[in-house]
Design a protein around this ligand. Structure first.
Ligand code: NAD
Length: 499
């Protein structure tokens, strides 16, 4: 058992050395072997982290913007220099191929770079002489201790959507990463320490519902940023707001790609394969429903299946295109959707069950799968599958395709493929989805815009990062000030009016 590492909390700048009452197995999905045991935090451990974070935040909020930015720049340099190490940990516990893992870290790095501009982002406004001798100005201040609860599929990037901005704005954070791939955030905690962030400002507690529920109810937590499946996101939003916290809870997705008859079909086929099977479909922005406006479906399905035949499924460290799924349970769940699609009458064009693998047979494998002639009543269309399963739905017109997308319970991302600027412009106006790609299959906004979906893909008012992120992690004050003028004075019980 000596090659099974212990993964523990990182609190107050150091690894926790207590003994955990409960723990979870961490796997290498490419070998199926247990490689780690992650401690699950008890209520007492979460309370301890909150107490430490509260104390650290009381000082950190008073660190000058210049000081905070120095730490952020130092963190950015360390993360950039050591991003391959983070990527290797992601591949080892999540399974995605190394290049994809590196891409995830790089997108997180962009949020760190955005947060380095915090002095500009926190600037308030000032009105001189709003009333006679009275000036009015606004400032934004940190909230306190922010909790971040993240999913398995982006173990580094999703926490980085939040913590750089939270910390830059003067908050302390407690992160509860997914128990399936907990190591990358621990390494990031070490980077913060090296960058000079005061102990206690960045804390990691590992665990499950026990830890999450404590974060949701503890009065010392000011805000919750959650990303995960829709049922849990709804629960987090309802419970967190009931307990008086500011909550943003990003949920699941079913992202549609609408291909119009005038589209470049080779571009569309490349995009569908990249966005459908990258990271084995375990992306909240994966394309899982391709809506083909006739007469293009036959040609498109052929181009997609030809490309799928070239994909190599295997160990992410061995130059494969697509890695394993995260756990055996999840692989089996996704495979059961393939069975359901066959049962419900969809045409199985490429069957990913029993794939040829470049790697250990015991890994959590499922090959890329393509269904054609999928209809809206089928479970493979209605549900988020979160695996390498792409469904083609044939429609007769743009309007029929648009109606389908707008009727779906999820509204995270969508894409249109067309050479008609007018159609694309109409789509961006009419579609009820938060993030839209025009001839771009995975329209993840750059860090200075904000990430978030509509409908059951997001609960709360504020999207992640960008200026909405700055707004989320701060609250406003308005100051009305008078510096005495010789003409002041006199008692007046009336409501103050600007004169
Ligand atoms: P999940 O909902 O199972 O877990 C997310 C987090 O919640 C984890 O930290 C987990 O430990 C915790 N959790 C799980 N069950 C809980 C419970 N009963 N009570 C309290 N906490 C609980 O999600 P996942 O499987 O890790 O991630 C995949 C999901 O995340 C997909 O649905 C995907 O679409 C979604 N996701 C969404 C976005 C987005 O931006 N909208 C981004 C990434 C992932």
């Amino acid at each position: 058992m000596s090659d099974v590492k212990r993964i523990s909390h990182h609190i107050n700048g150091a690894y926790w050395t207590g003994s955990a009452e409960r723990s979870g197995d961490v796997y290498n999905p490419a070998t199926g072997k247990v490689t780690g045991k992650v401690d699950f935090a008890s209520v007492a451990v979460v309370d301890q982290a909150i107490e430490i974070a509260t104390r650290a935040q009381a000082e950190w909020r008073n660190a000058s913007l210049a000081k905070r930015v120095q730490v952020l720049f130092a963190f950015r340099e360390i993360l950039n220099a050591r991003k391959e190490e983070v990527a290797r940990l992601i591949t080892a516990e999540h399974g995605k191929v190394l290049s994809d893992a590196l891409g995830e870290v790089t997108r997180g790095l962009e949020v760190v770079e955005f947060a380095c501009g915090i002095p500009h982002l926190l600037k308030g406004s000032y009105s001189e002489g709003a009333s006679t001798s009275i000036d009015v100005y606004s400032i934004r201040q940190p909230l306190g201790v922010s909790a971040i609860i993240s999913p398995f599929n982006f173990p580094a990037m999703v926490p980085m959507w939040f913590f750089p901005i939270a910390i830059a704005a003067g908050n302390a954070v407690i992160i509860k990463p997914s128990e399936k791939d907990p190591s990358p955030v621990n390494l990031i905690a070490e980077f913060w320490k090296e960058a000079g962030l005061p102990d206690g400002v960045f804390n990691v507690v590992h665990g499950d519902k026990v830890a999450v529920d404590r974060l949701l109810e503890h009065p010392g937590i000011a805000s919750i940023s959650f990303v995960g499946s829709t049922p849990i996101a709804r629960y987090i939003y309802e419970t967190g707001t009931k307990n008086g916290k500011r909550v943003q809870a990003l949920g699941g997705a079913k992202n549609h790609m609408l291909v119009l008859p005038d589209a470049d079909l080779d571009l569309a086929a490349d995009a569908a394969v990249n966005a459908g099977f990258g990271s084995a479909g375990e992306r909240c922005m994966a394309i899982s429903a391709l809506v083909a406006v006739e007469p293009v479906a036959d040609a498109l399905v052929k181009k997609i299946s030809d490309r799928m035949a070239t994909l190599k499924t295997g160990d992410g460290t061995q130059g494969s295109d697509m890695g394993p799924l995260v756990t055996a349970v999840h692989r089996d769940k996704v495979a059961s959707y393939v069975d359901a699609g066959v049962r419900e009458g969809a045409a199985l064009v490429v069957d990913g069950r029993n794939p040829k693998i470049n790697g250990a047979a015991e890994g959590f494998w499922l090959g890329p799968t393509l269904f054609d002639r999928v209809t809206p009543e089928m479970s493979i269309y209605k549900d988020e599958i979160f695996g390498p399963v792409l469904s083609v739905i044939r429609v007769q017109s743009y309007d029929e395709g648009l109606a389908l997308i707008n009727k779906h319970q999820y509204g995270n991302g969508t894409a249109i493929f067309t050479n008609d600027g007018g159609a694309a412009r109409r789509f961006q106006n009419e579609v009820q989805v938060g993030m839209i790609g025009i001839n771009v299959p995975i329209p993840v906004p750059t860090a200075y815009y904000s990430f978030g979906g509509w409908k059951n893909s997001l609960f709360g008012d504020t999207h992640a990062h960008g200026t909405e992120g700055v707004h989320f992690f701060t609250r406003g004050k308005v100051v009305t000030s008078r510096w005495l003028d010789p003409s002041h004075g006199g008692i007046n019980l009336g409501f103050p009016q600007n004169r």
